[in-house]
Design a protein around this ligand. Structure first.
Ligand SMILES: [Zn+2]
Length: 382
């Protein structure tokens, strides 16, 4: 709940959150987060709530003083100890009576000294942040307006990095803030004193990026290829008693899955959202008969789960289409959305020197990070 927040600010924050949260060009799978702050407190989206239909209950109020303590505290060098302690401190920064789990990106919101903050992972932006020439092009396209943050561990380390870079920037700009913070292989932060300022900044961001990229549109699908309902049902059941599997195809999808290089690209990870919701790597098969593919999937499913400690969520059939699976219909639908997003991001990244993927070490960090497991668990419900 937005404890202690003036009614009109809470209202503006909710409408701002719904506006961007309900727009698939900005936010997928309920992701992204928003906040409002005063000198004493900050209200931020709770983890596991969807931005597009958020109400006051979807927010949690934190003490700015306690968040400041986290910013300045020395945490252990050991990754696990550091993340556990930082998470505990974040939970303890909640005002009394606040039960929601604050977004893992809360500290980033607290660091930016502005009223309203919007953080999203749009495909148009990630075409830039997940590209080889991303940093160079960002600084050319938004000269003296943006900060580029290279790929670092999410959570505490990322917040600390943004804190440092932002201090350097403001010192060099008479205390003024940039307009955007781009996070490599992740997304963008923007902010304003009110929703109008946020709208102006995001309109400008998209207009510049759309001009600089060849084609930023959503991936289209058709029904020129199909698989049998029985085949999908058997695959879905591998994910559990309520398991579900969805088949998706289209001109662009078939072409991507027919190219060795594109196929190889889809086996790598673009961002934490992709890892959490569609799996860090898919199972891949030749376009054989359904029986042959099913036999292989049944074998590989167990091997994958044993190797990675979690079930696969995406299956690519070369030149034909892809299958998204989850232990419920919502999980399968989300895996599908993220695969479509990955194809779109990789296509847009071609305008910026080609896609840049996360390193194996960073992928493993997300795969084992406790907060991401929590997010993945919530997405599988229903
Ligand atoms: Zn994010």
């Amino acid at each position: 709940m937005g404890k202690g927040v003036p009614v009109e600010n809470m209202k503006e924050l909710i409408s701002l959150s719904r506006k961007y949260g309900a727009d698939p060009d900005y936010v997928l799978a309920g992701g992204g987060n928003t906040s409002w702050k005063s000198d004493d407190l900050m209200v931020v989206k709770a983890s596991g709530t969807e931005l597009g239909n958020i109400t006051e209950k979807g927010f949690v109020t934190l003490s700015m003083d306690k968040l400041k303590v986290i910013r300045n505290k020395q945490y252990p060098k050991n990754r696990e100890e550091r993340e556990n302690q930082a998470l505990e401190d974040l939970m303890n920064s909640r005002l009394s009576g606040q039960n929601g789990r604050p977004s893992v990106e809360s500290l980033l919101h607290a660091i930016i000294p502005e009223k309203y903050i919007v953080h999203t992972h749009p495909a148009s932006v990630n075409g830039l942040t997940c590209s080889k020439r991303g940093e160079e092009r960002a600084l050319e396209l938004f000269p003296d307006k943006c900060i580029w943050i290279p790929l670092v561990d999410p959570g505490y380390v990322l917040a600390k990095k943004v804190d440092d870079e932002l201090s350097v920037w403001t010192e060099a700009h008479d205390g003024k803030l940039p307009d955007y913070i781009f996070l490599a292989n992740h997304g963008v932060f923007l902010w304003g004193k009110d929703s109008q300022e946020i709208e102006d900044k995001s309109d400008y961001l998209f207009s510049v990026l759309n001009k600089a990229s060849a084609n930023t549109g959503a991936v289209k699908f058709d029904t020129k290829e199909s698989v049998s309902a029985d085949f999908l049902q058997k695959i879905g059941k591998l994910a559990g008693p309520k398991g579900d599997a969805l088949f998706t195809t289209g001109d662009e999808i078939r072409s991507v899955l027919g190219s060795r290089e594109d196929l190889h690209n889809l086996q790598q990870s673009l961002s934490p959202d992709h890892i959490v919701y569609m799996g860090h790597t898919p199972l891949v098969y030749d376009n054989l008969t359904e029986e042959e593919i099913l036999r292989s999937i049944e074998k590989d499913y167990g091997d994958f789960s044993r190797k990675w400690g979690k079930e696969p969520k995406s299956i690519l059939i070369q030149g034909k289409g892809f299958i998204s699976m989850g232990n419920g219909s919502k999980g399968a639908e989300t895996a599908r959305l993220l695969m479509l997003d990955a194809i779109r991001v990789i296509r847009i990244a071609d305008s910026f020197g080609g896609p840049e993927f996360m390193s194996e070490e960073k992928v493993n960090f997300i795969n084992t990070w406790e907060v991401e497991k929590y997010r993945a668990k919530l997405s599988d419900k229903g």
